[in-house]
Design a protein around this ligand. Structure first.
Ligand SMILES: [Zn+2]
Length: 431
């Protein structure tokens, strides 16, 4: 992922957009005067969802029922009285919790010329590129996205949360901690990096324990270094996500890291060991590589996006399918939804779930759980998200068809609600 040259400029650009949207008068207060923050939008009114088929996010299903939404949360199932509520008739579709993608890169987008954006882009174009990626992701049925890798993600997270920019709920690692492949950084200096991320407002830390698959997938952090990083994160109440290939998969899980990404070239035994340590495991089989290949002309020439790197990813796709099967078959493994979506892939996140069923033997229900209740647990929000029950956030989607029997139904999202607000409704009966 690229780095923004000036995250502050981006923050200002997003702030300007937000201020414009709520009509703040420029110059209303003298310079330096104390002003109160612009209040968030008022909570949405009551909504009653009529459904004749709902999947609860934990592998169960609800029959015909009425789901009452109040103050952005699920107030009751089988609601007897929703007379004052706005009614959305979702009968004929399947209702399920909004999807939770634990690994995306919302900062990654194509510029106006259709090429992967670089630091040369203006701050306004950067901000709008991120906002568009976030909106596409929400429209595609993802109501929570954990975006891991750039300081620009914080202002987006905050503006979505505080001012209702149409986007998923966002969690971010801010800039990643990147192993350099030597023993130089002391354990204390690594712990200090984690504390700095916490101080900057990160929700988790993202750690690179291997070089990119495009340049050899070599180890870059030792067990002791990973244990220092992930241990410090845990001490501070942060989760840790590790980019790892080969034997580093087992090393990172043994070091106590929370979630292990990619896992290409790992053996069945290494993956089984990683599962035994309780780490969430995330192989990618359905979207990220296919998207790079489909859009390679837009990526080539920037960073390590070379023809050879693209060829390596394509040639090794069968190995990705293999590690995904190892993970799915490992005893007690928590294989969680995680796309690594970059430019070109935003909004098509469900392709990863379809790939998990087609290429690694997961059942549609396992895939759906991995994107609902399991993903909620992986991001530490299992008591608020990923389940249809009273008290849970009203993050709900509806699709045309039954994804529990045909996972490709996820491509046909007709309804998206987040926090009780309807962001998309284009079924036969809506809007
Ligand atoms: Zn990534």
């Amino acid at each position: 992922m690229r780095r923004l040259a000036n995250a502050v400029a981006l923050s200002l650009a997003l702030g300007a957009l937000s201020a414009g949207a709520v009509g703040v008068a420029v110059g209303a207060a003298p310079a330096g005067a104390q002003v109160t923050p612009v209040p968030p939008p008022s909570p949405p009114g009551a909504v009653l969802l009529l459904t004749d088929h709902a999947l609860d996010g934990r592998g169960g299903s609800l029959g015909a029922t009425r789901v009452l939404i109040l103050d952005g949360k699920i107030a009751s199932i089988d609601a007897a009285n929703g007379a004052a509520a706005r009614v959305v008739d979702l009968r004929g579709y399947t209702l399920l919790p909004g999807l939770i993608d634990t690994h995306v890169h919302l900062d990654s987008h194509f510029d106006r010329a259709g090429r992967i954006a670089t630091e040369k882009e203006s701050a306004a174009d950067q901000a709008l590129g991120i906002a568009l990626a976030a909106w596409e992701t929400l429209r595609g049925g993802v109501t929570t996205a954990q975006t891991v890798g750039d300081p620009s993600e914080r202002p987006v997270r905050d503006i979505v949360r505080d001012h209702g920019l149409p986007a998923p709920r966002i969690l971010t690692s801010l800039a990643p901690i990147v192993g350099r492949g030597d023993a130089t950084p002391s354990l204390d200096s690594l712990r200090a990096l984690v504390r700095a991320r916490k101080a900057d407002g990160a929700d988790l830390v993202k750690i690179f324990a291997s070089t990119s698959q495009r340049v050899g997938a070599r180890p870059t952090l030792t067990f002791a270094q990973l244990a220092a990083l992930c241990g410090e994160a845990k001490r501070l109440g942060l989760r840790s996500m590790v980019h790892a290939y080969r034997a580093q998969v087992e090393v990172a899980a043994r070091a106590g890291c929370t979630q292990i990404e990619h896992m290409t070239y790992a053996t069945r035994d290494e993956i089984a060991a990683a599962a035994s340590y309780g780490a969430f495991l995330s192989p990618q089989v359905g979207l990220v590589v296919q998207n790079y290949i489909a859009n390679q002309g837009r990526y080539l020439g920037v960073g390590n996006y070379t023809p050879q790197g693209m060829k390596t990813m394509l040639d090794d796709l069968p190995r990705d399918f293999e590690v995904c099967r190892y993970a799915a078959e490992a005893r007690g493994a928590n294989v969680v939804f995680s796309t690594d979506a970059t430019a070109g892939a935003h909004g098509r996140n469900v392709e990863e779930l379809i790939g998990r069923v087609e290429h690694c033997g997961m059942s549609p229900t396992q895939a759906l759980i991995s994107a609902n209740s399991m993903a909620a647990s992986a991001i530490g929000m299992g008591d608020r998200l990923g389940f249809i029950a009273p008290g849970y956030e009203a993050d709900l989607i509806a699709v045309d068809g039954d994804p529990a029997t045909d996972i490709t139904a996820l491509r046909r999202v007709v309804f998206v609600m987040k926090g009780g607000v309807v962001y998309r409704w284009e079924g036969a009966r809506g809007p």
